[in-house]
Structure formats: C-alpha cells, structure tokens
Design a protein around this ligand. Sequence first.
Ligand code: SAH
Length: 352
Amino acid sequence: MSKKDIKSMTYGEICDIMKSSGYPSFRAKQLFSWIYKTESFDEMTNLPKDMRAFLSENYYIPKATPEKKLVSAVDGTVKYLFSFEDGEMIETIVMKYKHGNSVCISSQVGCRMGCSFCASTVGGLVRNLTAGEMLAQFQYADRDTEGGISNIVIMGIGEPLDNFDNLVRFLTNINDENGINMSHRHISVSTSGLCERIRELADMKLQITLSVSLHAPNDEKRSKLMPVNKKYGVNELMAACDYYVSKTNKRISYEYTLISGVNDNASDALELAALLKNRLAHVNLIPVNAVKGKDQRASNAKRVKDFEEILLSKGITATVRRTLGSDINASCGQLRRDHKETAGDMNVLRQN
Ligand code: SAH
C-alpha cells in the first residue's frame, strides 16, 4: 500500500485518524502543527515512538526540493525551481515589498488553458499539485526568506480553479489555527475565468482576493488570446464576477497584460472602462513578458501610461504592475521549460 500525503489532510481528518488508530485526541493538535515545521516524523519529539513509527509506515510529508534558486540583483526577487517526489518541477517566486514579502505559488505542473502569451501552458497539463505540495512551496519560501512570508498569491504555473478540491484544501489548511493560521485576507487566487468554479468559490464566502485574468475587453480579442473564452465568453465571465462580488462583497482584481498592437489601443481602454463601469473592480496593468518562441511584445511605456490614464479618467482604478526580477527571467513557466530543454545540464548541477 502506498503512503498517504499527510500535509494534504485537514485538521478534522487528522483527528479522525487519531481516533481510529487509538491515539488520544490531543495528539492531533500536536501532529498537525508539526507537519508545518518538519518533513520528518522522527523530529516530532513530543510524540510517542510507536506513534511516529505508525505515521512513518503509513504517511509521508511532501516537500519542495530546490533544484535551482535565482536571486535578482535588481530587486531581490527570488525564483525557485522546486521538484517533488516524482521528479516533476514547478516554480515559486518570492517578491519583496515594503509592506512585507509575498510568495507566488504554482497550483499545477503545466497548464491546459492554452493562453497564447503564457509559458506555463507550453506542453500542456502534466498533473495537479496536491494541497500538501502547494503548502510545501509556501513553507520552504517562508523559512528561506528573512522576515518570513506575509502574503500568498496563487498565480504561478497552473490554473488553480482547474484544481479546485486541492485548492480548497490548501486554503483550509493554511488558515487553520492549529497550523500556519494565515488569514485569507492575505491570499489572492488568480483565474483565467472558469465560471462555475468562480460561483462555487463565491458560495464559500472566503475572504480571499479573486484575480481574474481578463486581458481583452471583448470576445473577439479575448478568444484569440485565451481559448477559455470560447467556453465562457466575456458576458458570462462578468456575470460570474458579479455573483462573486454579491456573495463576498470583495473587490475583484482584473489582470490585463498589455501586448503591443494587440490589446493596448485607446479603444481597448475605453471598452474596458465601459465593461468595468459600476463594478467593484481594480485593474492591474502588466506589460507582457516576452516568452521565448512567442512573438508578442510588451507595449511601450507611453502606451502603458496612456492606457492607465484612460481608465482613471473613466473612474476605473488601475495600477501598472512594477516589473520584478527582470534579470532572472521573470514570467513564470520559463524556468521549468528551459530546464526541460537542458535536463542534461541539470543532472550535473544536482550531483555537485
Ligand atoms: N491560470 C491563472 C493563474 C496563473 S497565470 C490565471 O490565468 O490567472 C498568472 C497571471 O500571469 C495571469 O494573469 C496570466 O494571464 C499572467 N501571465 C501569463 N503569462 C504572462 C506573460 N508572458 N506576461 C505577463 N503576464 C502573463
């Protein structure tokens, strides 16, 4: 029988295991908090030896093993390439801000959404990450970052709402007072716009921030950039967003990546402003990161500024995202992809 990932289990499930295995209930609390401090049952020194043996025989604690760590000389942004037990790799990024450190975690190995500008989707979806593997990324980054991590954005490789059950487990566990106890107010989840899942999330009334990757103000342009738009068009997406706001009363962040000559015209800005008018919305403008093998280029600084000003003049709040880690190959998915192409080199690196 294969061992089970204990970091993906909720506190309630661990209580049930303690009960069915004949251990007193206070052990659940101890065990749950240990899972977020160590990857080895042997180190759980206040648990009885027989219990540690029972746990080692039946469970494992997933960990994120760093294969590469790049640190930006420009702004201190850190990018990790992590591997998991089966050898699959993802990327995790730590961004340093005045108000604290944020970690951007991945939710899947690869992605099946097929967005035309995105490196993560090249090669498609390999597999979902478990909640434990998502937590392990946070945990490694938290330990490795001076001052720790105070915010989480689920905006790395993958579509989090395409891995819904594991995402919900992750959100449940990170918020549990017996473990990390991080408030959902410090967590953002980004989606390409899976409408049923947005509604499901809305019904849960969590305090997380929802980011919606919009990138174009109408179906014609959005369908060219994001195949998901052929399934859920802009109107359907906005209806799901309105439902989300009605249930949570939380403002939605709309991500809009500016691609030269594609979606950065004044008319696009005006159309976007009209779309978001009277909606609880904030727009994040991001000049597209050029991805190897793709021909999209970022809008120039003037275009970006003009676009922002049109939105502001129409009463839509918007900010231009600062580009972080420009010297370490910023946009997510590229490191994993480069690694796959040069896997031979990496083996050498690992042996050293
Ligand atoms: N699948 C989710 C989360 C991962 S992508 C989503 O689509 O939201 C995180 C964000 O980065 C999204 O807004 C995505 O559209 C954006 N993104 C992807 N590739 C990019 C690139 N090359 N340049 C700028 N932003 C990019």
